[in-house]
Design a protein around this ligand. Structure first.
Ligand SMILES: [Zn+2]
Length: 229
């Protein structure tokens, strides 16, 4: 794990503490000052690891409010940013609990994806708002160097809590709806490779750029024109 000290300067040392998520969280001494809590870039589980096939369990508001859980959410965000992910689910970093993050900000892995602000979902539920679907070319941090076409609903209603435990409800469409379906699938132990419609669409990232990117970008533009995202 790579620790990054930040913020929260404290005048007293913190003792290492065992987090509820099973990871040891330790304060870092630096120049006589303690920077706590540290943020950590977590290891990402790759396909074949059983944690990716677990149905993640729901959290209570009490569990969510606990400091180590809030620290875990910071780690999830930090890890997603470090890996240039458009989203990351807790079980991708070995914690089978129902938390996922989504954020698209000029993403180099998916340059055609419209931006979407950082969103943390706790115990999310998705329901399609339309029967319309589209083929999305997806990749996944847990499936290195592979992309393929997956059918997704063109719109989904999202019901969840935010990281403070407040209920949130909104609708996402088009490519953004695809991203949310991909992340919430993870929490049910489902990966995009399970939903590949035609295995002949599978491609390495280099060959996606060479052979598939241009046509997919055209489709992506059409989707954004139709659904706004
Ligand atoms: Zn994924």
């Amino acid at each position: 794990m790579v620790f990054r000290a930040r913020l929260a300067r404290s005048s007293s040392a913190t003792t290492p503490e065992k987090s509820t998520t099973g990871y040891v969280v330790a304060g870092i001494w630096s120049g006589g000052q303690c920077y706590t809590p540290p943020m950590a870039i977590r290891k990402i589980a790759t396909v074949g690891h059983p944690v990716l096939r677990e149905v993640a369990r729901e959290l209570t508001r009490q569990e969510l409010a606990a400091k180590p859980m809030q620290g875990f959410i910071d780690d999830l965000i930090e890890t997603m940013h470090d890996a240039n992910g458009a989203g990351l689910a807790a079980n991708q970093v070995y914690e089978p609990i129902r938390i996922c993050a989504v954020e698209v900000r000029n993403n180099p892995r998916y340059p055609y994806k419209p931006n979407f602000p950082l969103t943390i979902l706790i115990n999310p539920r998705l329901s399609p708002t339309t029967t319309e679907t589209f083929l999305n070319y997806e990749g996944c941090l847990s499936v290195p160097n592979l992309r393929g076409e997956v059918r997704r609903f063109a719109g989904v209603r999202v019901e969840a809590w935010d990281r403070e435990g407040r209920g949130v409800e909104f609708t996402v469409k088009g490519l953004t709806a695809g991203t949310f379906q991909h992340e919430v699938d993870h929490l049910d132990g489902t990966m995009f490779i399970d939903r590949i419609e035609d295995t002949r669409s599978l491609t390495t990232w280099a060959d996606f750029d060479r052979f598939h990117m241009a046509s997919f970008v055209e489709r992506a533009k059409a989707l954004v024109a139709t659904y706004g995202s």
